[in-house]
Design a protein around this ligand. Structure first.
Ligand code: FES
Length: 153
């Protein structure tokens, strides 16, 4: 954990009526710090909010944004839902997989990237869209893939 985490955790708690209600932002923080929602991460969140690690694991397993196994450092989500698909997402998906050396979703050999497709990311008017970690790239094209990936290499 970082030195600034305690202050951030207190800020998170201040936004919710009780500690348990802060489970999701704490899971997000845990994923940033541990890389994925490991047993250790579940214990850490559980101790913060006063529930069992199993309850934390059950919550994390409900949401696709939490990884329950180790994945690449930079997590790529490419939207392939209707708006994005109509504007070239499938071609971008093929290019991304080729550049990352992946046949399907997964983590690259060097562990730098994890790739997966996603349902609507909520930016349909700016399709096609992909996210890497917390950054969103709008109106992307096949040609922009290299430029975007270079930011994370
Ligand atoms: S369909 Fe891609 S962001 Fe909504």
């Amino acid at each position: 954990m970082k030195n600034t985490d305690q202050k951030y955790i207190e800020e998170i708690f201040s936004r919710y009526p009780n500690k348990r209600a802060a489970t999701l932002p704490l899971l997000t923080l845990a994923q940033e710090r541990f890389g994925y929602i490991s047993k250790e991460a579940c214990v850490w969140v559980a101790e913060l909010i006063g529930v069992s690690p199993m309850e934390v694991h059950e919550t994390a397993s409900f949401y696709t944004l939490y990884y329950l196994e180790p994945v690449g450092k930079n997590k790529i989500k490419l939207c392939t839902n209707v708006s994005c698909m109509l504007l070239g997402a499938k071609k971008i998906e093929k290019t991304l997989k080729r550049k990352l050396g992946l046949k399907k979703k997964g983590t690259t050999e060097d562990k730098k990237f994890h790739f997966e497709t996603a349902e609507c990311l909520g930016y349909c008017d700016k399709a096609p869209v992909m996210q890497i970690n917390t950054e969103t790239f709008e109106k992307i094209s096949d040609e922009k893939v290299d430029e975007i990936l270079k930011k994370y290499e």
